[in-house]
Design a protein around this ligand. Structure first.
Ligand SMILES: [Zn+2]
Length: 190
């Protein structure tokens, strides 16, 4: 096991599959089994808040093994890969994030948008991304949250080719239910 014990935490219910309320078991793209030790994958969940009802709706969630995540990332245009990298370097204070990460709970790490600082409860939409290993969350690269506004800003920076690739990913995997998928979720692979 190449991960330090203290870097691994149990997967919280907030990162379970919305459909069956259990940890994800398979990669959405290649069906690889994820819960064996040392298997790395990403869990992403896109949610919408309804403050008037005090509820949150999951719009789309999935797990993607690291091989598939890398493959999708490589299908982005080089220009978009560079744009994303620059955007996150400019807008995320990785240094101070790294300093506090040892004491960070999963809840703390996703409580605010990693770019804008906006609290989750104040976001109309948001996306949470977690790096997992087997049945644990890997805190060496702690989960983060992106607010809908930031996701929109990022999407507008990406090339048409990359946007098409992302739309292809979502249309392959999500069940079309007109109306509830506004705005489009965005795949951010960082
Ligand atoms: Zn896969």
């Amino acid at each position: 096991m190449k991960y330090k014990e203290e870097e691994l935490r149990d997967i919280p219910r907030g990162l379970y599959s919305y459909i069956d309320d259990k940890p994800f078991t398979h990669c959405i793209e290649c069906e690889k089994f994820l819960l064996s030790e040392d298997t790395e994958y990403l869990v992403e969940r896109i949610c919408k808040n309804y403050p008037e009802y005090g509820t949150t709706e999951t719009i789309f969630d999935y797990a993607l093994c690291m091989e598939c995540a890398m493959k999708l990332h490589s299908e982005m245009s080089l220009e978009s890969q560079q744009t994303l990298q620059n955007y996150f370097m400019k807008n995320i204070d990785l240094e101070s994030r790294n300093k506090i990460k040892d004491n960070l709970s999963i809840g703390d790490s996703i409580a605010n948008c990693v770019v804008s600082g906006k609290p989750m409860k104040d976001c109309q939409e948001y996306q949470v991304c977690a790096h997992c290993v087997g049945d644990k969350v890997y805190m060496g690269n702690p989960p983060y949250m992106l607010s809908g506004n930031v996701l929109e800003e990022i999407m507008n920076l990406l090339s048409n080719k990359t946007q098409d690739m992302m739309n292809g990913f979502y249309s392959r995997h999500r069940t079309p239910t007109p109306g509830i998928y506004e705005p489009d979720p965005i795949l951010v692979l960082v």
